[in-house]
Design a binder for this molecule. Structure first.
Ligand SMILES: Cc1cc2nc3c(=O)[nH]c(=O)nc-3n(C[C@H](O)[C@H](O)[C@H](O)COP(=O)(O)O)c2cc1C
Length: 215
């Protein structure tokens, strides 16, 4: 493992967000276990993610085949360049850690927007009449969810958001995704209650460390 991409989707800062406190501690554990590891952080909140404008969608086929894009507006060209940078970063990573809050039964919209920008035919997946065939192989992911109320059964997330994230990762070849769920975060009590929840979930992450790091 050489590169870990740490993607956060909470709208709250590192020291307040439950998902970020847990996932951030796990990233530090991985760094400790793998000296020399390159960690790239992507905070999706406020990241000005690229927009797949109507012009971009109309020209999607040409863009994929590398045509010159001189007839696109400057803003669209910049969106494409940004998408290409994000796709290259995503494709190059060996491991992914996601910090994801549960928002209205789903994930924050920035995470959906991120994958809209990142998924690219013939780079991250091959798409044909039989479906998506992932091209990113041998990678692993850990998703940490935080939820104000209940979210899990037997420790496994059961929301559409979790199903979607695992599905979109698998469609691009990342089939090995483990999940840690910190539920009832708004009901355990702010301060000591949340601290206990976070500490407990960090220990759950620790149990994943060896397998997550193994090549
Ligand atoms: C816009 C928004 C929508 C939310 N929707 C839900 C929800 O549908 N179900 C739930 O249990 N909690 C919901 N919550 C509470 C969050 O899941 C909870 O505060 C969680 O700790 C947020 O993750 P974070 O601490 O990493 O930011 C919502 C919070 C926000 C801000």
């Amino acid at each position: 493992m050489q590169t870990l991409l740490y993607i956060t989707a909470s709208h709250r800062p590192d020291d307040v967000s439950v998902s970020r406190r847990i996932a951030g501690a796990f990233v530090q554990m991985v760094q400790g276990a793998c000296p020399g590891l390159c960690v790239q952080q992507l905070h999706l909140d406020g990241a000005k993610l690229p927009y797949t404008s109507p012009a971009i969608l109309q020209n999607w086929g040409r863009i994929g085949s590398g045509d010159a894009l001189s007839d696109l507006a400057p803003a669209d060209r910049e969106n494409i360049r940004q998408m290409e940078r994000l796709t290259a970063q995503f494709a190059a990573a060996d491991r992914y850690v996601f910090a994801v809050p549960h928002y209205n039964q789903l994930v924050p919209y920035e995470l959906v927007q991120y994958f809209t920008a990142v998924v690219r035919a013939e780079t991250t997946m091959h798409f044909n009449e039989t479906g998506c065939h992932g091209l990113l192989r041998g990678k692993k992911a850990l998703a940490v969810y935080a939820s104000g109320g209940p979210m899990a059964v037997d420790g496994q997330a059961v929301t559409l958001g979790d199903q979607w994230l695992r599905m979109v990762l698998a469609a691009n070849g990342v089939t090995d995704t483990r999940v840690v769920v910190a539920e009832n975060a708004d009901f355990v009590g702010y301060g000591a209650g949340q601290d206990r929840l976070v500490a407990q979930k960090i220990e759950q992450c620790r149990a994943e460390l060896e397998d997550f790091c193994r090549d």
